[in-house]
Design a protein around this ligand. Structure first.
Ligand SMILES: [Zn+2]
Length: 294
């Protein structure tokens, strides 16, 4: 009995420690439309561990809870920049400076806004704002949400944005799965997208949680996708006040930055509000692009 209670308390503590994207991703929170089956409620999502050394550290949220369940071996943790590791064994990862060689910049002066974890309830609002400001972006979509969000997928493509594969199930443990499972997570997602927009290029991949491995990068490459990490991460999935998101993004974005934001995974009201300021401000300072698909 006592042990059961202790276990329950530990579980509760863990849940609290891992709140944030985990909570944000829990189905049922946020404005779930059609009860979108978002990422597993029992895991932390997201792009939360922010291992990119060049990355704009979130201005407020402290790095995950003490339990660090959030970052079971997060790539290189907050300190060591995981060098692009041209290891002798395959897979060797990608050519970028991010974890496992993922890209953190566009390679030009242009800035790329990326939106993860949709299509979801507020993807349409994000698209509306992008259209209003004549800005193109990149959407990293979760495969299992694609069929229910078919109209949003069509809009993303029709309005000139780029698509990015964010796996089928947003498995935060992807990098520890066998290769065939990693391939399936990616391929199913591309197939689901192509069932809706048959000819749309899907040239980018983002590992759930930013928890990369050389193998996930390498498999993505074998499927024709470049792996993109990020250089700026305001932790918007954790729903900080809009001004915090604004300050973080505007304060950290540099020429070439790939900026991580979320259109899915929970209630993105604060992100949408922040975008009303972020979009015109960034557009006045940078060229904003959808990541190139050719
Ligand atoms: Zn995600």
């Amino acid at each position: 009995m006592a042990r059961r209670r202790t276990a329950t308390l530990i579980l509760a503590a863990l849940v609290l420690a891992l709140a944030g994207c985990g909570a944000a991703h829990a189905a049922g929170t946020g404005p779930a439309w059609k009860a979108a089956p978002v990422a597993q409620p029992d895991t932390v999502d997201s792009e939360q561990p922010d291992p990119a050394p060049t990355s704009a550290a979130p201005t407020t949220p402290p790095p995950a809870g003490p339990k660090a369940g959030a970052k079971p071996g997060a790539p290189a943790g907050p300190k060591a920049p995981p060098k692009p590791t041209p290891s002798r064994t395959t897979p060797s990862g990608g050519p970028g400076p991010g974890p496992a060689g993922a890209l953190t910049t566009t390679g030009t002066a242009a800035v790329a806004l990326t939106f993860d974890d949709g299509p979801y309830g507020q993807t349409g609002q994000v698209l509306d704002l992008l259209a209003e400001h004549h800005i193109k972006a990149t959407f990293c979509v979760i495969g299992r949400q694609v069929a229910d969000g078919a109209e949003l997928i069509k809009r993303i493509v029709a309005e000139g944005h780029s698509l990015c594969n964010h796996t089928w199930s947003h498995d935060l443990n992807l990098r520890n799965r066998p290769a065939d499972q990693i391939i399936a997570e990616m391929q199913k997602t591309n197939d689901a997208i192509h069932a809706i927009v048959p000819n749309a290029p899907i040239k980018y991949f983002r590992n759930p949680g930013g928890l990369w491995s050389a193998q996930t990068v390498s498999i993505a490459a074998s499927l024709g996708m470049k792996s993109i990490h990020w250089a700026v991460d305001p932790w918007d999935w954790k729903q900080p006040p809009p001004q915090v998101i604004i300050n973080n993004v505007l304060g950290h974005t540099r020429a070439g930055s790939i900026v991580l934001l979320h259109d899915g995974g929970g209630d993105r009201t604060n992100t949408v509000i922040a975008l009303r300021t972020i979009l015109p401000s960034l557009a006045s300072r940078f060229i904003l692009i959808a990541l190139p698909t050719s």
